[in-house]
Design a protein around this ligand. Structure first.
Ligand code: ME8
Length: 541
């Protein structure tokens, strides 16, 4: 049963599992990064979560990719899957599980899942007649396709959604009673599981119409690279049913000692919304399991205005980006510039401008200014003196602190609403305010010999250092290494690198545990060296 599944099991955060038809590009990395932020953020708040990613290795698309290279599919899959793992490791993607659909634990999960769907009467043998798009691995109705001319002027039929070519299929295969699940899907939609809301509206529009039943197998004569239907080896399970079950595999399904399935948050690109917002909840409901708690959907990275895609070969290579911008530079740019609800273009100069302005100048500059040994010879958080605040500064200080106190809640709101770019924007806006505050108080001009001035200088430094401690803590999920370097420099002990039970600016409220007197760690140089802009606009493979 599912009764004990929620509450006792940690939250599962997932990325799509990636086709192994080609090496990862910025788009794939972006999904993994967004999931990483969700996972790291929940840990920062003291919550328990697990984070799975992986590779989707069956189906026609992969079969054809291996075939065209003259490679054995299994070896081909292993080599590309490894590229994903290596890239995710290089980017500090903190996944706790990596599922490959060719692993035996997954094949076992798919077999069990299929048998349950069959037992519960959701699968029947029928005839499928319609279009199939190998590039999207999707069955499409007439209305989802259109006639277009290809580059040679030849008329071809394509998927309206992706533009990829489709082929006519007429075969006997196994069908899933999707049509019977529309009321359940509508009910699920009422729990507001899809964010941002633009994508909720798309799905709710799809559900206005009757759903056709879904073909969930292909004849072995056309597809060999996949999991055979348990009771009929002349059929191979449809790759999307196989792939979606990876989320159950990651949850330990079908281990009888584990609750089958707990709360899950799936991250995905808008290109695969239908599979996650219609098919997946329908499969789960049919199997007697709860549909996913949250779908976090993002838009696409484009290059020169068109969607970056393996098949179009207009991709930006993340390894090259790491070399140019550093790992955390790339992480910050993608998270800060990308947006869930609109497509974004990737250009070298945008990256340089953004990173120079926000990481090198604003954040790096602020850290440098208040930790430099000429202004802070004791290399510590000085004491805060409430009575030293100049009367002319009261209002400015009050509004600065008010904004800073609101910041953690603001960041929390945006991260949970899947608008990490807005969370980073809020942090950056505050960093800029701290810089102007520091600049306007000019602590380097305050005189050591004048007691009130010396006390105010200490207070300005304390306030700025505390704000930096807050920024670096809030930045841990997005740029873990950079934020760690900043926290190391500030001498923040490991048990204080959290948002759970950590208080900031305590000295301004006369509370203890205020960091006053805290000694810095060693100076390891510039936090983020400025990048050079170039005339060449894009980075390509
Ligand atoms: O669809 N911009 O795998 P896939 C942003 N195996 N994100 C992008 C992107 C771009 N230009 N291109 C790809 C599959 N992505 C299936 C998934 S899940 C059970 C099976 C990201 O290798 C985005 O998240 O084609 C998209 O949904 C995913 O990569 C598709 O990767």
């Amino acid at each position: 049963g599912t009764g004990n599944s929620t509450g006792t099991r940690p939250h599962l955060i997932t990325t799509p599992i990636f086709y192994v038809n080609a090496a990862p590009h910025i788009g794939h990395v972006y999904s993994a990064l967004q999931a990483d932020v969700q996972h790291r953020y929940s840990a920062l708040c003291g919550e328990r979560s697990r984070f799975s990613t992986g590779t989707d290795e069956h189906g026609m698309k992969v079969q054809q990719a291996a075939f065209s290279l003259g490679l054995d599919p299994k070896e081909f899959c292993s080599s590309v899957s490894l590229k994903y793992q290596t890239m995710f490791n290089a980017l500090d993607i903190s996944y706790t599980d990596f599922v490959r659909t060719t692993e035996s634990r997954h094949i076992e999960a798919v077999n069990r899942f299929w048998m349950i769907l069959e037992e519960r009467g959701y699968i029947y043998k029928g005839t499928y007649e319609g279009w199939y798009c190998t590039s999207d691995e999707a069955f499409l109705s007439e209305g989802q396709t259109a006639e277009r001319c290809n580059s040679e002027g030849k008329k071809i039929r394509v998927s309206l959604e992706s533009g990829h070519q489709v082929h006519w299929v007429s075969e006997e295969n196994y069908m899933f009673r999707l049509s019977s699940l529309r009321p359940d899907l509508l009910q699920w939609l009422q729990t507001d599981p899809i964010h941002p809301s633009v994508f909720h509206r798309v799905v709710s529009h799809w559900l206005e119409e009757e759903l056709p039943d879904l073909s969930v197998s292909r004849q072995r004569s056309c597809l060999t690279w996949g999991i055979p239907v348990p009771s009929d080896s002349s059929h191979v399970i449809y790759v999307w049913l196989d792939a979606l079950v990876n989320y159950l595999t990651a949850a330990g399904y079908p281990d009888p000692n584990l609750a089958p399935w707990g709360p899950a948050t799936h991250l995905l690109g808008k290109d695969i919304l239908r599979f996650h917002a219609i098919y997946w909840p329908a499969f789960l409901i049919a199997a007697g399991l709860p549909p996913p708690q949250k779908l976090l959907v993002h838009s696409h990275w484009t290059c020169g205005g068109t969607k970056m895609s393996k098949s179009l070969k207009n991709v930006v290579d993340p390894a090259e980006c790491i070399r140019r911008y550093t790992k955390d530079g790339l992480r910050y740019f993608l998270l800060r510039h990308g947006a869930a609800e609109r497509d974004c273009d990737f250009t070298h100069n945008t990256v340089c401008t953004l990173l120079n302005s926000e990481l090198a100048d604003a954040l790096g500059g602020l850290l440098n200014r208040c930790t430099a040994s000429n202004i802070n010879p004791m290399q510590h958080f000085p004491h805060y003196h409430h009575e030293s605040v100049p009367t002319t500064t009261h209002d400015q200080l009050h509004s600065l602190l008010k904004n800073l106190q609101k910041l953690p809640a603001e960041v929390d709101h945006w991260i949970r609403k899947f608008q990490v770019n807005k969370a980073l924007e809020s942090i950056d806006a505050n960093i800029r305010r701290s810089n102007s505050f520091f600049q306007s108080q000019a602590p380097w001009k305050l005189q050591k010999g004048v007691e009130k001035e010396a006390c105010w200088k200490d207070s300005v430094l304390y306030l700025t250092l505390e704000s930096l401690r807050l920024y670096a803590t809030l930045l841990l999920p997005a740029v873990p290494e950079l934020a760690t370097v900043a926290l190391d420099r500030l001498g923040v002990p490991p048990n204080k690198r959290t948002l759970k039970g950590n208080s900031f600016f305590a000295a301004t409220r006369g509370e203890s545990c205020s960091f006053q007197g805290q000694i810095f760690g060693p100076d390891r140089g510039l936090l983020f060296p400025r990048l050079e802009r170039s005339k060449k606009n894009t980075v390509r493979i």
